[in-house]
Design a protein around this ligand. Sequence first.
Ligand SMILES: *[C@@H]1O[C@H](CO)[C@@H](O)[C@H](O)[C@H]1NC(C)=O
Length: 217
Amino acid sequence: MECVVQGIIETQHVEALEILLQGLCGVNKERLRIHELCLRSSPNLGSVSSEVRLICDLEQPEPTWIIRHVGGAMRGAGAEQLSVLVRTMVESKASKNALRLFYALGYKLDHELLRVGFSFHFHRGAQITVTVSSVNKVPKLHAVDEAEPVTPGIQLVEVTAPAASDNYTEVVTAVSSFCEYLAPLLHLSKPGVSTGVVPTAAAAAASLMSDGGGTTV
Ligand SMILES: *[C@@H]1O[C@H](CO)[C@@H](O)[C@H](O)[C@H]1NC(C)=O
């Protein structure tokens, strides 16, 4: 399972967010350039339609494909009250011909994306990953170099952490308390709950920039 929250930030404030994250995590960012193929199976072929993503970080020295399947969100047991989404997620390494395999299984390419940005990986009560990226749509088959922003001037921020059924409450707490530090710049919530940009972002960004990132938390 994984715990996840998302938010958006204007591109002009991304540098301030990076300074803040650098200060909070004490690790260096990793650049990412992720090619993502979203595949769907037709519902008439199997019992239910399903969606898988083939993902490849082109920024890696030896890019390899990963298959990711995001399952349903946890229900009941107060899941609605949590500020963080807990969901099942399966990831597996794939070979180069994975796409052909999925085509043979009856999956069709739904859309292709290129996410460009950076991420931070660190431990803070849980193994947290923060990803900041602009999401670009690939206009023609596999033409990643022609990708165009889906929402110009806006970037997606995602905070995730691995969890299990016996420790998710701990992970949810760690993720929520980390998100509070980012609150002046952006609001993070469960995926699908749109919250928009926060009004304090410009002032918070200006103060972080003039600080030079010297703030210690
Ligand atoms: C919770 O469990 C998952 C799966 O075993 C593990 O990856 C993660 O590090 C654990 N997190 C904490 C905070 O114990």
